[in-house]
Design a protein around this ligand. Sequence first.
Ligand SMILES: [Zn+2]
Length: 218
Amino acid sequence: MAYYGHGGPFLSWHGHPARVLHGRLAHAISAVSHGRDGCGTHGRDVRATGQRQNPYLRVSCLCMTADCEKFMGLALEQAVEAARVGDVPIGAVIVRDDSVIASAFNRRIRDRDPTAHAEMLAIRRAAAAVGDWRLTGCTMFVTLEPCCMCAGAIVLARLDKLVYGAADPKAGAVDSLYNICADKRLNHWPVVVSGVRAGECGGMLSEFFRAQRAAGKK
Ligand SMILES: [Zn+2]
């Protein structure tokens, strides 16, 4: 399997399991680590100043509470839909003012379209919903770390924030292979939160590929 082949554990922040770092504990660690409080801006601050040393530090964020978990749950539901039609189970939702304005799942195989990733489809739907290519004020929740194409689209769409679940060490372009959302040569740096429900997000992928191998498929 050429990608998404990692079976966990999905680690974050100095090797602690991601789920342990959810919620207020994560925020407490963040406050200690960064010497400041607050949600939603610390990722941008860290990236803008180039001070981030540990790529997993930004997993700690106050927003990783009930809402974060809830919206990632909706992205996971989308991922289930992808698996149901035989595609790699990746799902995404885009949220504005606490409401979901777009949701999508990976349709690459079904549509025979290499660009039909969940994030791309969700961005297109969100832009149609708001009537603007700029998705300012929007947050994307996606079950897997975005690839180069999708991370680029997230920057181009001016999304305020990206929340992803499992890391993708073989194709991830937000932390794993590239840092597209934090590249200061680009003109927009979305706040990034990683590791939300990472075990479930990654476990779904592992299970999908296990089933594919068992069925003798690539
Ligand atoms: Zn992608």
